[in-house]
Design a binder for this molecule. Structure first.
Ligand SMILES: *[C@@H]1O[C@H](CO)[C@@H](O)[C@H](O)[C@H]1NC(C)=O
Ligand SMILES: *[C@@H]1O[C@H](CO)[C@@H](O)[C@H](O)[C@H]1NC(C)=O
Ligand SMILES: *[C@@H]1O[C@H](CO)[C@@H](O)[C@H](O)[C@H]1NC(C)=O
Ligand SMILES: *[C@@H]1O[C@H](CO)[C@@H](O)[C@H](O)[C@H]1NC(C)=O
Ligand SMILES: [Zn+2]
Length: 954
C-alpha cells in the first residue's frame, strides 16, 4: 500500500507541466435583457394582480414509458442568467428571474422546462431570437405536475440554426424540507434562532429553485446573481465578481458571480447565511475556503488543513487540473451527508467538522473519507457526468473508490485502503446475494422514485468494489491512465459506461496488461449489467496438484440461477507464497462453467485464490484445503496476507450461512482468532458474528455463545488494554476500539466495571472533557447507560442538550438507546418522534435504529411502532417511511410467533404499510427462521461439547 506515495511523487514533474496550461474559465458575452452587472429589481408591484398557477408536488406517480419522463429533445440550454433573492428573514419567498439561451436542435413551437413548487408570472415570459432578434409571441402556458413540465406554447416555430432566449420572473419558496433551495436554522451563542438559505439539488431539486432543463446531460454555463441582506454573505460555485446595492431596498445587495464552466443544473449551489470562513490557497494558487457558523469555525481546521491536499492529490493523480476558479467547503445544520456541488461542497456539520477535544480517530477518518469522496467527484461526476441516472455508478462508484486513494495520500499511516474491502466490498456482498436487495448496477431510472433508488449500496459500494477489481486487473498505473484519457475525452460532457470501458481497454492494450483479444466492456458488462456475483469453487484432486475451478451465482438463501461472469483468477500457494501478484493469472470466461488449474502443490500444501480479495467473488474449497488454511491460521496467521485472512473469515462464515458448509466448522475454525492480531481479519470475523449474535440473542443458548465469543476476544482485549493509548499506531487504536466495544458488549467484567467507573467520574466532574478518551466514548457511554439507571441517562441527556459538537450529540443520542430500562426507552422513543423535543427530525430515525439494536429496546421499539405507527409516519421524511422502520425493527425476528405479528400489523396499518412491504419483511424473517432451524442445534451442540455452556469467562 505504500507504493502509492512513490507513484505520486514520480508524477509531480509531469503534472506541473500540465497545470501551466490550466483550463481558463472563459467569460461568455451574451446579449441578455438586464445585464448581470445591473440586476433587475425583482420586487413585484404589490399586491400582485398577476394571474399565476401554483405549481405543487405531484401526489401519486403513475407508471409511464421511459421517455415520457424526459424533456423534449428539440432544445438544448447554452447559458443561464439566474437571479434569486431569498427572503430568509421575511415570508420565505424566493423572488426570481431567469434568462436561458437555447440552441434549437429540431424545429419546435414550444419551450418545455422543469418546474416544481414554483409560481411563474406568465405575463413576464418573453421568448426572442438571441442577439437582440425578434420576439416570438407566447400563446399560452401549461403545467404537467406529474413530470414537472412547464410548457410555453409559441405562435411560431423556433428555427434550427438560430439561438433563442426565454426569460421570466417567478417566485419560489424556502421550505424547510432539506431539498431544493431551502432554509435551515441554528441557535447562535446568544440563544437566538438564526436562519440561512442553502441548496441540495441532486437529483431533481434545481427545478424547485428556478425554471431549468433539469437533466444531467443538459449542461450549460451559468451566471448566478444572489440578493442578500448586507449583514449576510452569499456563496455560489464561482467567486463574486461584482456587488451592487439593490435599488429601492436599503440594506440589500446583489452579488454577481463569475460565469461557471459548462455544468449540469444539479451541481449548482447557493448559500446565503451569516457564516464565517477561514481560507488558504493550494500550492497552485487556488483559493480554498472553509465556512461554518461562528461557534464552529475552529473545528473546520482539519478540513482546511487536508482539503487542499486532497484536491492537489487528485490533480496530480488524474493529471487533470481542477476546473473551477475556487473551492469552498461549507458545513450546515439541517443538511444530510455531503454534496459535491462544483466549487461549493456542502456538508452536514458532523461530516465536515472535527473537534480534537471531543472527537476520536473514527470521526477524523470519517471526515477525511467524506472530504476525499466529494473532492473526487469534482472529476468523477462534475467534469464528466453520468449521461443519465441509470449510470450513476460512473459518479458514485468512482467517488466511493477514489476517496480511499485521496485519504491514503493525506494520512498514509492509517492504512485506510484496506477499509474499502471491509466497508464496501464485504458490506455489499451480503446484500448482493439476497433476492430482496440485489439488482444490477445499471438499471432503469425514470420516475423520481426510481432515480432516488439509484443512490443505494449497489451503486456506491458495489461500484467501488468493482472499480477496485478493475484497478487490479489492469494494474494501477494503466487503470489511472485509462481514467485520465476518459476524463479528458468527455470533460464538460457526459458519459455512459461504454465510453469508460473503451478507454480502459485502450490503456490495457497499450500497456500490455489486457490481452488484445479481450475488452473491458466484455469483462465488465457481466459485472454491471447483471446482479449478484459468483461463488468460485476450487476442488483439488486427490494428490492436490490440479483443481477444478467452477463458477455459480452465490445466493445466501438457496436460490438457483444460471448467471456467469468473466472472472479474473489469481492464486498463491503455501510452497511459494506471493501475495503481491494481483494481476489475473488466467480468466474464466462467461462461457466457462468450469476450468482446470494444474500447477498446484501437493495435497499437504494450501492454496488461496483471489489474492488480497481484489476480485468481487467468493471462494469455496474442498474440505482438505480449508483444513490446511485454518491449520495455518491457527499456527502462524501471518503467513497469509491480512486481507486474505479477512476474506477467509468472511467467505467461510457466509458460505456456511448459505448452507454449503457447516456451522460446527465455523465455530471450530474461528477459534484461530485467539491468535489473530491484525485489524482487517478481526473486523471481517466480527461483522459475521454479528448476524449470529442477533439470531441467538433471545435464545436459551445465548450465554454459551457469549462465553465462546469472549473466549476469542479476551486475548485481543488483554493485548490492547482497557485504556486508550495515544502513542500507538492508528491500527492499534482501532483494534482497541473494537476490543472494548465487543468485550463490554458481551459483559466482560473488567471492561464493564472500568467503563462504569469512568462515566461516574465524568458525572462528578461534568465539565472535564479529558476524563473519557474520545476513542472510548462510544463504548463507555453505552456501557454505563446500559448498566446504570435514570441518573446516568439523565446526565447523558443534559450533556446532549449542552454539547455543541454534532458528532458528540450523535454519540450521546446513540448511547441513550443502550438503556435496558424499557420505560426509559419508550419515553426516549416518544421524545425522538415528538415535534417539540430537542431531537432533530433526521436523528429520530437514528435513535429508533439504535434502540432496536438492544435486546430490551427491540421490543420497546416494536411496541412503540404498533401503538404510534400512524402518527410517526407523518413526522418522518418519505424516504424514511414507516416501511423502513418496520424493516429495521423486524430484521432480527426469527420465530413463527414474531412472523405472525407482521401480518397483524399490516392489517391494522394497511394505509401506511402495504401488503407488498409485509411480504418483503416476512421473507427476511422466514430466512431467519430457516437459519435457526438449520443451525441452532448444531451450534449449541458444538458449544456444549466444548464446555462453553457452563464456562464463565468473565
Ligand atoms: C413575500 O414578500 C415579498 C416582499 O414583501 C412579496 O413581494 C411577495 O409577494 C410575498 N410572497 C408571498 C407569497 O406572500
Ligand atoms: C412541445 O414540442 C415537442 C416537439 O418539439 C412535442 O414533442 C411536445 O409534445 C410539445 N409539448 C406540448 C406540451 O405541446
Ligand atoms: C485559520 O487558519 C489558520 C491557519 O490554518 C489558523 O492558524 C487559525 O487559527 C484559523 N482561524 C480560525 C478562526 O479557525
Ligand atoms: C470434487 O472432486 C472430487 C473428485 O476429485 C469429486 O468426487 C467431488 O464430488 C467434487 N466435489 C465437488 C463439491 O464438486
Ligand atoms: Zn458521492
Amino acid at each position: 500500500m505504500k507504493q502509492h506515495t512513490t507513484y505520486c511523487s514520480l508524477t509531480v514533474g509531469l503534472f506541473l507541466a500540465i497545470i501551466g496550461a490550466a483550463v481558463a474559465v472563459e467569460g461568455v458575452n451574451h446579449p441578455y435583457w438586464g445585464s448581470p452587472k445591473a440586476p433587475r429589481n425583482l420586487l413585484r408591484p404589490s399586491p400582485s394582480k398577476e394571474k399565476f398557477t401554483e405549481r405543487s408536488l405531484p401526489k401519486k406517480l403513475p407508471k409511464a414509458p421511459e421517455t415520457e419522463w424526459r424533456l423534449p429533445t428539440a432544445l438544448k440550454p447554452i447559458h443561464y442568467v439566474v437571479q434569486l433573492q431569498p427572503l430568509i428573514n421575511g415570508n420565505y419567498s424566493i423572488l426570481g428571474h431567469v434568462e436561458i439561451e437555447m440552441e434549437v436542435l429540431e424545429p419546435t413551437s414550444n419551450v418545455t422546462l422543469h418546474i416544481n413548487s414554483i409560481t411563474t408570472f406568465d405575463s413576464t415570459i418573453m421568448v426572442a431570437a438571441a442577439g437582440g432578434g425578434a420576439e416570438v409571441s407566447v400563446v399560452s402556458t401549461s403545467y404537467d405536475s406529474t413530470y414537472d413540465f412547464f410548457t410555453v406554447d409559441l405562435a411560431e416555430q423556433l428555427q434550427v440554426g438560430q439561438n433563442y432566449i426565454i426569460s421570466m420572473d417567478f417566485e419560489g419558496y424556502l421550505d424547510n424540507n432539506g431539498y431544493g433551495f431551502y432554509r435551515a436554522s441554528y441557535v447562535n451563542g446568544n440563544g437566538e434562532t438564526v436562519y440561512l438559505a442553502l441548496t441540495q439539488f441532486e437529483s431533481e431539486g434545481a427545478r424547485r429553485a428556478f425554471p431549468c432543463f433539469d437533466e444531467p446531460s443538459l449542461k450549460a454555463t451559468f451566471d448566478i446573481i444572489l440578493g442578500r441582506e448586507d449583514t449576510m454573505i452569499a456563496l455560489s460555485n464561482t467567486p463574486v465578481i461584482d456587488t451592487t446595492p439593490i435599488e429601492g431596498q436599503p440594506g440589500w445587495s446583489w452579488d454577481s458571480y463569475a460565469t461557471t464552466v459548462v455544468m449540469p443544473s444539479y451541481l449548482l449551489a447557493f448559500v446565503v447565511s451569516d457564516f464565517v470562513s477561514n481560507t488558504t490557497t493550494t500550492s497552485t494558487g487556488l483559493p480554498f475556503g472553509v465556512w461554518a457558523r461562528q461557534q464552529k469555525i475552529e473545528t473546520a481546521q482539519y478540513a482546511l488543513d487536508k482539503g487542499p491536499d486532497v484536491l492537489e492529490f487528485f490533480e496530480i493523480y488524474l493529471q487533470i487540473p481542477y476546473a473551477m476558479p475556487k473551492m469552498d467547503m461549507l458545513s450546515s445544520t439541517d443538511f444530510g451527508g455531503a454534496m459535491e456541488n462544483w466549487g461549493l461542497i456542502i456538508y452536514s456539520e458532523s461530516a465536515m467538522l472535527f473537534d480534537p477535544e471531543v472527537d476520536g480517530l473514527s470521526d477524523k477518518q470519517g471526515t477525511m473519507l467524506v472530504m476525499a469522496h466529494e473532492i473526487a467527484h469534482q472529476w468523477f461526476g462534475n467534469l464528466v457526468t453520468t449521461a443519465w441516472w441509470s449510470h450513476l455508478w460512473l459518479n458514485e462508484g468512482f467517488a466511493s473508490f477514489m476517496e480511499y486513494n485521496g485519504a491514503d495520500f493525506c494520512e498514509p499511516s492509517w492504512n485506510i485502503k484496506d477499509d474499502l474491502l471491509l466497508n464496501d466490498h464485504h458490506y455489499v456482498f451480503e446484500l448482493d446475494s439476497m433476492a430482496l436487495f440485489s439488482h444490477p448496477i445499471i438499471r432503469t431510472a425514470e420516475t423520481p422514485t426510481q432515480v432516488d433508488m439509484m443512490f443505494d449500496s449497489i451503486t456506491y459500494s458495489k461500484g467501488a468494489s468493482i472499480n477496485r477489481m478493475q484497478n487490479y486487473i489492469l494494474t494501477e498505473g494503466t487503470f489511472v491512465k485509462g481514467l485520465t484519457n476518459y476524463l479528458t475525452m468527455y470533460q464538460f460532457s457526459n458519459a455512459y459506461q461504454d465510453y469508460l470501458f473503451e478507454h480502459l481497454t485502450n490503456a490495457g492494450h497499450a500497456d500490455g496488461t489486457l490481452s488484445t483479444d479481450m475488452t473491458m466492456k466484455q469483462i465488465m458488462d457481466t459485472w454491471t449489467l447483471q446482479a449478484g456475483y459468483p461463488l468460485i469453487t476450487v476442488n483439488r484432486s486427490a494428490d492436490g496438484t490440479s483443481a477444478s475451478v467452477s463458477q455459480k451465482r452465490f445466493w445466501t438463501n438457496h436460490e438457483d440461477t444460471a448467471e456467469t461472469w468473466w472472472v479474473p483468477i489469481t492464486y498463491t500457494t503455501q510452497d511459494n507464497p506471493n501475495f503481491d501478484n494481483t494481476q489475473p493469472m488466467m480468466w474464466m470466461a462467461d462461457t466457462d462453467l468450469e476450468i482446470t488449474v494444474d500447477t498446484l502443490p501437493t495435497q499437504d500444501q494450501w492454496v488461496i485464490f483471489n489474492i488480497q480479495e481484489t476480485g468481487y467473488f467468493r471462494v469455496n474449497y474442498d474440505d482438505n484445503n480449508w483444513d490446511l488454511l485454518f491449520q495455518q491460521l491457527a499456527t502462524n496467521p501471518d503467513a497469509i496476507h491480512p486481507l486474505n485472512r479477512a476474506q477467509i473469515n468472511d467467505d467461510y462464515t457466509d458460505i456456511s450461512r448459505a448452507g454449503l458448509l457447516s456451522y460446527s466448522s465455523v465455530m471450530e475454525k474461528m477459534t484461530y482468532l485467539r491468535k489473530e492480531t491484525a485489524l482487517a481479519p478481526w473486523i471481517a470475523a466480527l461483522n459475521n458474528f454479528d448476524y449470529m449474535d442477533t439470531m441467538l440473542q433471545r435464545t436459551r443458548g445465548y450465554n454459551a455463545f457469549k462465553n465462546y465469543l469472549l473466549d476469542l476476544i479476551i486475548p485481543l482485549y488483554e493485548s490492547t488494554g482497557f485504556e486508550a493509548k495515544d502513542d500507538v499506531s492508528p491500527q492499534e487504536q482501532k483494534k482497541h476500539m473494537i476490543a472494548i466495544a465487543w468485550a463490554c458488549g458481551l459483559g466482560h467484567k473488567d471492561c464493564v466495571q472500568n467503563s462504569v467507573a469512568l462515566y461516574e467520574e465524568w458525572m462528578k466532574n461534568p465539565d472535564n472533557k479529558r476524563i473519557i478518551h474520545p476513542n472510548m466514548k462510544k463504548t463507555v457511554y453505552c456501557t454505563a447507560i446500559a448498566e446504570g439507571g435514570v441518573a446516568e441517562w439523565d446526565f447523558a441527556w443534559s450533556k446532549y442538550m449542552e454539547s455543541e459538537a454534532a458528532s458528540e450529540k450523535y454519540r450521546l443520542l446513540e448511547a441513550m438507546a443502550c438503556s435496558r430500562d424499557s420505560d426509559v426507552l419508550s419515553r426516549y422513543l416518544e421524545m425522538a418522534f415528538s415535534r417539540s423535543s430537542h431531537i432533530k427530525k433526521d436523528d429520530a430515525h437514528m435513535v429508533f435504529t439504535s434502540v432496536t439494536k438492544n435486546t430490551v429496546g427491540r421490543d420497546a421499539a416494536w411496541n412503540f411502532l404498533r401503538n404510534n405507527g400512524r402518527s410517526i409516519s407523518k413526522r418522518i421524511y418519505p424516504s424514511k417511511s414507516l416501511r423502513d422502520l418496520v424493516k429495521i425493527v423486524t430484521d432480527t425476528f426469527n420465530t413463527a410467533e414474531e412472523s405472525a405479528q407482521i401480518e397483524k400489523f399490516q392489517r391494522l396499518h394497511s394505509k401506511y404499510f402495504s401488503s407488498v412491504y409485509a411480504e418483503e419483511v416476512t421473507s427476511i424473517i422466514n430466512n431467519n427462521i430457516l437459519w435457526m432451524d438449520r443451525n441452532y442445534d448444531i451450534i449449541m451442540k458444538w458449544l456444549a461439547e466444548h464446555g462453553y455452556d457452563t464456562a464463565n469467562q468473565n
